[in-house]
Design a protein around this ligand. Structure first.
Ligand code: ZN
Length: 295
């Protein structure tokens, strides 16, 4: 079985979003993606969303730094946690009722089952895969063979989405072209809720992008596989998926993906070193930049 997930015709104008997590300083890798998102939204609406689901790692100081760094990059948004807008609140920590409603829909439709596997295995699920390696394939340990009675609330248990094994999930990426992943092979049953009552990145992202009427999601290429997972959530929730534009990842001199541990490459540090913003921006947006990694 194969399904091509194509967005329907949209009468509405472009709505894009920036969705950084306030768990560290923005660095050059983020900047490239954020600038691309801003550029693609220039004739539409740009939304800033504060992806602060991970309350243990999110810090107000990083949220403030995010606002300052985005301003320094010359990025302006029309809706966000600092200015409000028609789809407020724009901080994920304030959107719990939306996630709970989605959990309930999925539960009632038979897509979910509780998972009793160890905390260690599951610790990464609330963080965007940007922040860590992609979620490992779940071996199906807790997947029930037959329907079972389920609790009325997700609290206190981990919950997984049962993927349709063997189904090909295909979509068109605006940058990388046709993409295809096989459910049950390229990714397994994935977490939608943690026992500490935090929805997973996958669920929160879909719920918010749909609620905020996002027409195109621009993000890093490390999330291509997450897009396949999220398309299954869109379908299960009866929601219209957006279009997708994944950005090539910037690597350091050793070919390692830039991460928050590269403190020297934070926007803040470059700014404090007096780096020229226009030069930085022109290099980040230069399609040849992958050949010249010196900033
Ligand atoms: Zn399990």
């Amino acid at each position: 079985m194969s399904a091509l997930f194509a967005p329907g015709r949209r009468a509405n104008a472009y709505r894009g979003r920036l969705a950084p997590s306030p768990t560290g300083l923005l660095h050059l890798g983020h900047a490239a993606t954020l600038l691309t998102a801003a550029s693609r939204a220039r004739s539409g609406t740009l939304i800033l969303r504060n992806d602060d689901l991970d309350q243990q790692r999110s810090r107000a100081v990083f949220y403030q730094a995010m606002l300052e760094d985005l301003a320094w990059l010359g990025i302006h948004w029309q809706e966000g946690p600092d200015i409000g807008g028609p789809y407020a609140p724009y901080s994920q920590s304030e959107r719990h009722p939306h996630y709970l409603a989605a959990w309930r829909t999925l539960r009632n439709s038979g897509f979910l089952y509780p998972c009793k596997c160890s905390r260690r295995e599951l610790a990464l699920a609330a963080a965007a895969p940007h922040e860590s390696d992609d979620e490992p394939n779940y071996p199906g340990t807790c997947r029930p063979l037959a329907a079972q009675p389920l609790s009325e609330s997700p609290t206190g248990q981990n919950w997984r989405f049962r993927v349709p094994d063997g189904e090909s999930i295909a979509f068109h990426d605006q940058h990388f072209g046709p993409q295809q992943f096989i459910a049950g092979k390229d990714f397994g049953d994935f977490l939608v809720w943690r026992r500490d009552d935090v929805p997973s990145y996958q669920l929160a992202c879909v719920v918010d992008d749909a609620a905020m009427r996002i027409t195109e999601v621009v993000r890093g290429a490390d999330l291509l596989k997450s897009t396949a997972r999220q398309l299954l959530l869109y379908r299960a929730l009866g929601l219209q998926p957006p279009e997708w534009y994944h950005c090539p990842l910037i690597t350091d001199d050793n070919g390692q993906r830039l991460a928050k541990r590269h403190d020297a490459l934070s926007i803040r540090a470059l700014r404090e070193q007096g780096k020229n913003r226009e030069l930085l921006l022109s290099r980040l947006l230069d399609p040849e930049r992958e050949k010249s990694k010196q900033f």
